[in-house]
Design a binder for this molecule. Structure first.
Ligand SMILES: [Zn+2]
Length: 68
């Protein structure tokens, strides 16, 4: 396989991956910034659109809770 055809192949694969991504992309995932109710550490939680109370586990102390 020549370098040129290898490059073409790579480009094709990247293009395909991008096209696939646009189809399966998750729409409107939002990030909620919240503070742990136990230790006060800031946590970033990804949530589905319209969801405000999302269960998460504090990355600092491991406390399971919900965002407000
Ligand atoms: Zn915590």
């Amino acid at each position: 396989m020549s370098k040129q055809s290898m490059r073409d192949e790579t480009e094709r694969l990247v293009k395909e991956a991008l096209e696939r991504k646009t189809v399966t992309i998750k729409q409107g995932q939002t990030r909620i910034e919240t503070k742990c109710g136990k230790c006060g550490a800031p946590n970033r939680v990804s949530a589905a659109p319209g969801q405000t109370r999302v269960a998460y586990t504090c990355k600092e102390c491991g406390e399971k809770q919900r965002t407000l």
